[in-house]
Design a protein around this ligand. Structure first.
Ligand code: 5AD
Ligand code: SF4
Length: 451
């Protein structure tokens, strides 16, 4: 049986959701709840959900199913994108759920939770609060070194496959003064890395008019003292301007990495997807990025099996991979989503065929990554240390290019977590690199340690 005011929270989906969960944790903590590691120990079990693909949505129902019986004394909450999309229908599918709350309503959580506590059986927060807050005053960040900061919410594009404009609503930019104040305060309390978040950061427009656009905001963030790394996600190619590359060039604190989802290499498919750019438009942006002074890592998202995608279209995506040679790629089979215009398109691609295309695409990308990563053996990189992997005895680091670089460091160097260390790459795999800290290499070449 659960004890006292305890909660268990599991998060699915993107970094926006991860950051939303930090707001939820902070809010619940401020209400006197303490977090536990297992749902069985919690009086309140929350799932912060994703609905971008059907599989992600089904996961939450599977979780809830596990607790259908034996939920005595325990309350269940569905938050986030599935909550926003399904609303009260969740109560029909999972009658033991007591709270359904969308991401634009987290500032109402104190009221909603207190209604639960006073015995209300079904509570919803599905209408955005007036004067919605981008951050709650309680945000409890999980990572002591890297902080997520929301700069823009929602999305005004209407990509034919995408449920996000429906679940996260219209685009709202946050005033630059509020963003800069938060980043300054984070830097002041020891954070060295910030990641600016939004569904489409490139369409950022400062409502206060101080910073004209995203490039101007990036330039202002880059000047905040104490920061060593600034990242941002996600970019929409249509709104990705050349001035962003210029700002990256001008400010080394901006990381050498851009995630620019392409979705398809075929202009015909891009048109059906309503992506508002052609293959050539996309490749032009890649050219800008490849022309930058530093080598900027490029990553992307691809959907295969979109309605009407022919073998020829798919081959265009494969050839785009060859041409760009992404450093990493997220690839998905098209998943039909409610409230999206693609539902009306004909030319359904059979599941097996979509599966075949996905496998081919992933094999090609794997080969590219092996080649790219092998080329890095022998090079030096500064990593931010994220943790220690006890079984392998290696520290886990991340390069500015967002590559994972696991490395050995001399024993007795104390905890390196959060520190910046120079590491030489000694081995490369498709998804990560291995190496040793420059200090470790020095000890080894003096014959003092290591095997
Ligand atoms: N089916 C498959 N993948 C999707 N994505 C978004 N919507 C869908 C969908 N309906 C992918 C896109 C997006 C990433 C976050 O998820 O590639 O960039
Ligand atoms: Fe999933 Fe999109 Fe919601 Fe993020 S915003 S959790 S990717 S549906």
């Amino acid at each position: 049986m659960p004890h006292g005011k305890t909660f268990y929270l599991e998060t699915f989906g993107c970094q926006m959701n991860v950051h939303d969960s930090e707001k939820v944790v902070g809010t619940l903590t401020s209400l006197g709840y303490s977090r536990v590691d297992r749902p069985e120990e919690a009086s309140l079990v929350l799932y912060n959900t994703c609905s971008v693909r059907d599989k992600a949505e089904q996961k939450v129902y599977q979780r809830l199913q596990q607790f259908k019986r034996g939920a005595r004394g325990r309350r269940f909450a569905v938050l986030g994108c599935v909550a926003q999309q399904q609303g009260r229908r969740i109560f029909e599918k999972a009658p033991h759920v007591a709270l359904v709350c969308g991401s634009a309503s987290y500032s109402q959580l104190p009221v909603l939770v207190s209604r639960l506590e006073s015995g209300d059986q079904r509570v919803t927060g599905l209408e955005p609060a007036n004067g919605e807050a981008f951050e709650t005053s309680f945000t409890r960040r999980d990572n002591p070194h890297r902080a997520y900061v929301t700069i823009i919410e929602g999305c005004d594009k209407s990509c034919a496959y995408c449920i996000v404009p429906f679940t996260r609503g219209k685009e709202r930019s946050r005033a630059s003064g509020s963003i800069l104040e938060e980043v300054r305060s984070l830097a002041g309390s020891g954070y060295t890395e910030v990641q600016l978040l939004g569904q489409n950061v490139n369409s950022y427009r400062d409502p206060s008019g101080e910073c004209a656009d995203f490039a101007a905001l990036l330039a202002s963030v880059a000047l905040i003292s104490g920061l060593r790394r600034v990242r941002f996600a996600t970019s929409h190619p249509r709104d990705f301007s050349r001035s962003i590359v210029d700002v990256i060039d001008a400010h080394p604190v901006l990381c050498d990495h851009v995630h620019l989802p392409v979705q398809s290499g075929s202009t015909a498919v891009l048109e059906r997807m309503r992506r508002l750019y052609t293959r050539d438009d996309y490749l032009r942006r890649i050219e800008w990025l490849k022309g930058a002074r530093r080598s900027i890592a490029l990553t992307s998202d691809v959907i295969v099996g979109f309605p009407g995608e022919t073998e020829k279209d798919f081959e265009q995506t494969l050839s785009l991979l060859e041409e760009v040679r992404f450093d990493s790629l997220f690839s998905f089979k098209y998943s039909p989503r409610p409230n999206t215009s693609a539902l009306e398109l004909d030319g359904r691609v059979p599941q097996e065929e979509a599966g075949r295309r996905l496998t081919l695409l992933q094999e090609k990308q794997r080969a590219i990554q092996i080649q790219r990563n092998s080329g890095l053996v022998g090079t030096l990189h500064e990593v931010m240390v994220e943790g220690f992997n006890r079984p392998t005895g290696q520290w886990i680091g991340r390069t500015s290019q967002n590559r994972v670089l696991n490395f050995l460091a001399p024993p007795g160097s104390g905890s390196l977590a959060g520190r910046y260390v120079e590491v030489r790459v000694t081995r490369a795999g498709p998804n990560s690199l291995a190496g040793e800290s420059v200090e470790q290499a020095r000890i080894c070449s003096n014959g003092l340690g290591g095997s």
